[in-house]
Design a protein around this ligand. Structure first.
Ligand SMILES: *[C@@H]1O[C@H](CO)[C@@H](O)[C@H](O)[C@H]1NC(C)=O
Length: 496
């Protein structure tokens, strides 16, 4: 080749590389995976261990459960630990348990693709929740549902380390039941017991989790009712159980079936599945699509799983954009949308189910017929999941990543108290309830990077206003990240 030809080649090659990078065609899924797990350290409540890597966070909520008011019949309970739910400092056990279930499912399905280090970090993230969920269910006949008065908390903009708002502990009991929160905790304990049995070789801990899951599920099923009615305005409208508690009962039984193989759980699922009708829904409120995918995978090639496969197929056809039965929307840039706040939770949770179901389709050697000539293969399901995760990481019209600390351009003013206020290291004296307003209203970027946090995301026109006040779009939550951990593990190995 002549010098001139060489130069032309170099120019062409450089252009290709640049355009590939600017279009975000190539992502570092391994880096995103590490960060997506690290995010959970920023949400930790309680006394932080020496291994804490997100070091701008400090101990907080270390008297949770010790100050119960009203005329409760016990003095104190240790409810230290667990996760703050999102950008506030309340521990909402219902979505926390769902996030734990999804972290565990991520590890069960894709843990072996994570690499040793991230697998260990993911198990640590699960244990931070399960240690707390064991405490929340340690008093027989009670299940703690929440710590922190959401009205007091939301009225203030305070670091968790400074909290002086009421840390009221709310519980459900036989008289004031809460089947959704109890059964979701049972699902979290059962699924995590599988993750620990499979990878941690910590048989004792795994057995403790499973035993507790069994007891808590019995309680949830025996004393039926919604925590809506028992805890009223403290849970509604925050994490109101809109879809009812039948789905959590079947979901809990499905995880217990997977963890124990006890036939009674299978009978329970068969007897109650008629209550689970929202085949296209999946998230902290509705578990329906997750049940169908989970049972399909559990009973692969078993004729008894037919009704579950059919409903899981219907779920796929309700989500694929080319399907005549599609019931979700897509932005022009390709992000999945459903009405309800914090849209990114749907993109991550649906992508996760798509990957698990793609594995099922492979094992069962099946394709899905959505009608109108649309046949979905496992490859198509993986493609859809990849389009969502790539959008999140920067392949979108704004070329911005929606994960804090990933890529060149990412949200800088997330709706998150701890991230937006100076850390204790920078500012050791207390910033009180209204003292934080100054930082909330500031146009400056948040001083602390909540690495790995994925926010609610853009609007349906692919636009994003990087504003702390716009919590629907700028707030991270544990249940956005938890399924994403599994999705990223899958693409980390798939791409390498
Ligand atoms: C909980 O309350 C919401 C809002 O009032 C309602 O839509 C929902 O049906 C209730 N759920 C249950 C299980 O009662």
């Amino acid at each position: 080749m002549s010098l001139k030809q060489n130069l032309v080649m170099i120019v062409v090659y450089t252009l290709l590389c640049v355009s590939e990078r600017s279009m975000g065609l190539k992502h570092n899924y391994g880096d995103a995976l590490s960060k997506s797990i690290l995010f959970f350290e920023g949400q930790r409540s309680g006394k932080l261990p020496p291994t804490q890597r997100m070091s701008w966070r400090k101990d907080s909520g270390f008297e949770d459960g010790f100050q119960l008011d009203d005329d409760q019949f016990f003095d104190k309970v240790d409810l230290v630990g667990g996760y703050y739910d999102a950008g506030d400092n309340v521990k909402f056990n219902f979505p926390m348990a769902f996030s734990t279930t999804m972290l565990s499912w991520s590890v069960i399905e894709f843990g072996k693709l994570m690499g040793q280090e991230e697998l260990k970090n993911a198990l640590d993230a699960i244990a931070w929740a399960t240690d707390y969920l064991l405490k929340s269910t340690n008093t027989p006949g009670l299940v703690f549902a929440q710590v922190g008065d959401p009205f007091g908390d939301h009225n203030c903009w305070e670091r968790p380390e400074d909290m002086d708002t009421p840390r009221t502990a709310f519980f459900v009991s036989s008289d004031n039941p809460g089947s959704e929160v109890s059964a979701e905790i049972a699902a979290a304990l059962a699924s995590s017991s599988i993750a620990f049995r499979k990878f941690h070789h910590d048989v004792g801990y795994s057995q403790r989790l499973l035993q507790r899951a069994i007891t808590v599920f019995e309680f949830a099923d025996k004393y039926r009712g919604s925590y809506n009615d028992s805890l009223g305005p403290y849970v509604c409208p925050f994490y109101c159980d809109y879809s009812g508690y039948q789905d959590e009962l079947v979901w809990g039984a499905a995880w217990l079936l997977r963890a124990t193989k006890i036939p009674n759980y299978w009978n329970y699922i068969k007897q109650n599945i008629h209550n689970v009708k929202n085949f296209a829904e999946f998230g902290w409120d509705s578990k329906d699509a997750g049940i169908n995918v989970l049972v399909s995978k559990l009973l692969v090639n078993n004729p008894a799983s037919k009704p579950f496969n059919l409903n899981a197929d219907k779920f796929v056809c309700a989500v694929l954009p080319e399907s005549p039965l599609v019931s979700v929307s897509y932005s022009r840039g390709g992000l999945l949308f459903k009405t309800s706040g914090s849209n990114m939770q749907h993109a991550t949770a649906y992508s996760f189910l798509f990957l698990v179901y793609a594995g099922y389709l492979n094992q069962a050697n099946k394709k899905i017929d959505c009608g109108g000539g649309v046949i979905a293969s496992s490859m198509r399901l993986k493609q859809l999941a990849k389009s969502q995760v790539d959008y999140i990481l920067g392949s979108n019209p704004l070329s911005m990543s929606y994960m804090v600390g990933y890529g060149q351009k990412f949200p800088k003013r997330i709706h998150h108290r701890a991230s937006s206020l100076p850390s204790i290291d920078q500012h050791s004296s207390q910033i009180d309830c209204k003292g934080g307003s100054f930082y909330f209203e500031s146009q400056n970027p948040n001083p602390n990077l909540l690495l790995g946090a994925v926010v609610g995301g853009p609007n349906i026109n692919d636009e994003y206003v990087d504003s702390r006040a716009d919590f629907v779009h700028s707030e991270p939550t544990t249940y956005i990240n938890a399924p994403l951990v599994g999705v990223l593990a899958f693409f980390k190995s798939y791409s390498s």
